[in-house]
Design a protein around this ligand. Structure first.
Ligand SMILES: NC(=O)c1ccc[n+]([C@@H]2O[C@H](COP(=O)([O-])OP(=O)(O)OC[C@H]3O[C@@H](n4cnc5c(N)ncnc54)[C@H](OP(=O)(O)O)[C@@H]3O)[C@@H](O)[C@H]2O)c1
Length: 156
């Protein structure tokens, strides 16, 4: 099962200057609930942005170069090897933009936090065909006066 998880703005904003745009503690809690105990796969920029290994999750990081990563992180330098490695696993694709783009057509489920706000950004979530998914609202929340919904898109 390939799951994508992301928080996106009204114009599909994802981040700026290799950082998140909003600080949404309840969304981080949701992210933690969904990914704990699972495999998480990310691009090298997102790993740098996190700045640490998250507890109780197997990490896979993609980088074209050989980069110095903590020993518990599994590294691949191409998509094909990563796909082979995750076969049959319940994996969460956690970003960033370049990784979402490569996985959007392969994902079975999209856990999207739709943020009811728009901000300047330099990376965006890829466009996808909503008609190919069943949409379910899992809940609504807000932080710092910003409203957002947890939405699950399951491939038909
Ligand atoms: N809103 C959200 O939910 C969310 C979630 C995650 C991230 N973000 C934001 O997204 C931004 C980062 O996104 P990004 O697109 O700049 O970077 P990214 O996708 O995290 O990482 C890009 C890097 O991953 C490596 N890579 C990508 N595809 C690869 C492949 N097929 N094989 C091997 N390596 C590959 C390359 O690393 P090398 O250059 O080392 O070769 C590439 O430069 C940040 O602003 C972050 O805060 C937002």
């Amino acid at each position: 099962m390939i799951n994508i998880i992301a928080a996106i703005g009204k114009n599909n904003e994802l981040g700026k200057n290799n950082d998140l745009i909003w600080h949404l503690p309840n969304d981080l809690k949701f992210f933690k609930e969904k990914t704990t105990g699972k495999t998480i796969l990310m691009g090298y920029n997102t790993f740098l942005s996190l700045g640490r290994v998250l507890p109780n999750r197997k990490h896979i990081v993609l980088s074209f170069d050989k980069v110095d990563l903590p020993s518990e992180v599994v590294q691949f330098n191409n998509l094909e090897d990563a796909l082979e490695y995750i076969k049959g696993d319940d994996v969460f694709i956690i970003g960033g933009a370049s990784i979402y783009k490569q996985f959007i057509d392969k994902a079975d489920r999209l856990y999207l936090t739709l943020v009811d706000d728009s901000k300047e950004a330099d990376v965006f979530f890829p466009k996808f065909d909503e008609k190919k998914y069943n949409k379910k609202i899992l809940g609504n929340n807000s932080d710092n006066g910003i409203n957002y919904s947890f939405v699950l898109y399951e491939r038909k």
